[in-house]
Design a protein around this ligand. Structure first.
Ligand code: PEP
Ligand code: MG
Length: 559
């Protein structure tokens, strides 16, 4: 038996075979083939497999987000069987005796260059499609697995680290638990694991060896311990723990349908954070009162090219209609920093967390922003939509973003496309600048939602991605909590509501604090809704408020 200590990032116990995440090979071998017919057949087989995979992806997209969503994969399917593309590859294999991988690579480069040189912007964008389709065929030819998991049974997925773009594309039905060498608890991969309710352990370093692949592993997300080939008694203990978690969940289930109200009658809304339309089922299952944060960038991360207005419209419409009229806060694109997307072609930055990200990208590239806002406003006809801008630091940014909203509404009216006239527009408070000028910002918007992950990072000058910073990344730091109080006070003075959508919202050690400072909404991972409801229902705010506020502002507070 081998015990490995990491850091728990998502609670729960998972037991299953260990599997290492596979990435597509970066290097392509180039050699002369003797049997060109066999090589051509090898290409044809890979091409067919790619076409089949794309067909499956199109069906999955259709089921989850409608016909428009399926279109991208269908276009890629057509590209994979394009005759010119195929004939060029055939020529390189049969006449130049080139191996299939090199023939596909050269043909892809030639076609991508040809598309990129065209005048028409639609055709230029096809260059990315060619690269994508070729990448899929190459991954099949080289044996690298697209999508990362090639196992008939669900597995404990191990990786050095997982980028959000990789995590979002994984087949979740194949994952029992995550273990990563690096990573940090407030990274987006950890957040995604919590949203999906999958146990996860990060920061195990090099203790997890490739030779453990296929062996039974137990992941205990609460203690951060990974056990390989557990002794019989440990396994029994872990199975018992799994059973206890199930029983506790059954008890919590009794809170479904009950109000989020303290013993002395203070109500707070408990909403959920989601990353894609499929997560709505977990929100409903856990009785979330609404969606307080839909991280829309995960839609972009799941695509190989800019998602079209119609693709986005279908996805937002699905979330809004599935939520049946409950409030849904959709955050506009928040990429940059750890959420990098290749097709955005953003220049490399020295300090990406302080760089071109989120609303900054949207204001600098209004065509992208407008496409998303058009999709959002069109979807607003199907539910109760709130639009939220991330990474705000100044009043002018909010005014400029709201101007684009007005333009979009004018356009839709002209085109006769319906949209709701009561869409709330709010901002995230996740920079110290926004918190400090929240009195001014509150006059511009309908609500605030505090992003405590970034607010902690920027207030404490402490990289949220860096696991080594450990105790320095302290979201309980009085500087963070005092900023939250300041934001709540400024929101209420101006008659708007204020929520928390960062991970801190689910921290039960702070529920009394949040209730005491008057937070109106807490948005948490679906799994955290019922434990939070329980905590709220056990609290009497009038009893704890004075002490909580005194401690918060006290000179004695441990700084
Ligand atoms: C936050 O910063 O707290 C937040 C909710 O946004 P994200 O974690 O996606 O940066
Ligand atoms: Mg943030």
């Amino acid at each position: 038996m081998i015990l490995i200590q990491g850091k728990g990032a998502s609670t729960g116990v998972a037991i299953g075979p260990l599997y290492f995440y596979q990435r597509a090979k970066a290097t392509i071998d180039r050699y002369e083939v003797a049997d060109t017919d066999a090589e051509w057949q090898r290409f044809k087989d890979a091409q067919q497999k790619a076409i089949d995979q794309l067909g499956e992806l199109a069906e999955k997209a259709r089921a989850e987000a409608g016909d428009e969503a399926a279109l991208l994969f269908e276009t890629h399917q057509m590209m994979a069987e394009d005759l010119d593309f195929e004939e060029t590859i055939q020529g390189l294999i049969t006449e130049n005796k080139l191996n299939a991988e090199a023939a596909v690579t050269d043909t892809a480069a030639q076609f991508a260059e040809m598309f990129a040189a065209m005048d028409d912007s639609y055709m230029q964008a096809r260059a990315a499609d060619v690269k994508d389709v070729s990448g899929r065929i190459l991954a099949i030819l080289t044996g690298a697995v697209q999508g990362g998991i090639d196992s008939p049974v669900p597995v404990i997925l191990a990786a050095d680290d997982l980028a959000p773009s990789e995590t979002v594309q994984l087949d979740k039905s194949k994952i029992l638990g995550f273990v990563t060498e690096g990573g940090s608890g407030s990274s987006h991969t950890a957040i995604l694991a919590r949203t999906m309710g999958i146990p996860a352990i990060i920061g195990v370093g090099d203790q997890l060896k490739k030779e453990y692949v296929g062996r039974e592993v137990i992941v205990d997300g609460a203690t951060g311990v990974v056990t390989v080939d557990a002794d019989a008694d440990i396994k029994v203990r872990m199975l018992k723990k799994q059973e206890e978690i199930k029983k506790r969940q059954e008890l919590l289930n009794q809170l479904k349908g009950k109000e989020n109200v303290t013993k002395d009658g203070q109500k707070v809304r408990v909403f959920c954070n989601i990353g894609n339309p499929e997560d709505v089922s977990k929100v409903l299952e856990n009785d979330g009162g609404g969606i307080g944060l839909f991280r829309s960038e995960f839609l972009y991360l799941g695509c190989d090219d800019y998602p079209t207005e119609d693709y986005q419209f279908e996805a937002y419409k699905k979330v809004l209609s599935d939520m049946g009229g409950k409030e849904v806060v959709i955050r506009t694109l928040d990429i940059g920093a750890d959420k990098q997307i290749e097709y955005f072609n953003l220049p490399k930055e020295e300090n990406p967390a302080l760089g071109n990200r989120a609303l900054r990208i949207c204001l600098n590239r209004p065509e992208i922003f407008k496409t998303q806002l058009r999709a959002l406003y069109r979807a607003s006809a199907y539910g109760k939509l709130c639009i939220m801008f991330p990474m705000v630091t100044s009043v002018w940014e909010v005014r400029e973003a709201k101007k684009v909203c007005e333009q979009v509404k004018k356009e839709l009216t002209k085109e006769g496309l319906p949209f709701a006239d009561d869409v709330q527009v709010g901002i995230m408070i996740e920079t110290p600048a926004a918190a400090v000028i929240s009195d001014r910002l509150a006059r511009e918007v309908d609500f605030f939602s505090c992003g405590t992950n970034d607010l902690t990072q920027y207030t404490l000058a402490c990289d949220r991605q860096n696991n080594d910073l450990g105790r320095f990344f302290d979201p309980h730091h009085p500087a963070v909590l005092r900023l939250l109080k300041m934001v709540a006070d400024n929101a209420h003075k101006n008659g708007i509501w204020v929520g928390i959508c960062g991970e801190l919202g689910a921290d039960l050690a702070l529920t009394e604090t949040f209730l005491s400072i008057g937070i109106d909404e807490l948005s948490v991972s679906p799994r955290s809704v019922l434990p939070l409801r329980q905590k709220i229902r056990e609290t009497t705010v009038s009893v704890v408020r004075e002490k909580v506020l005194r401690d918060l502002m006290s000179d004695e507070t441990s700084l």
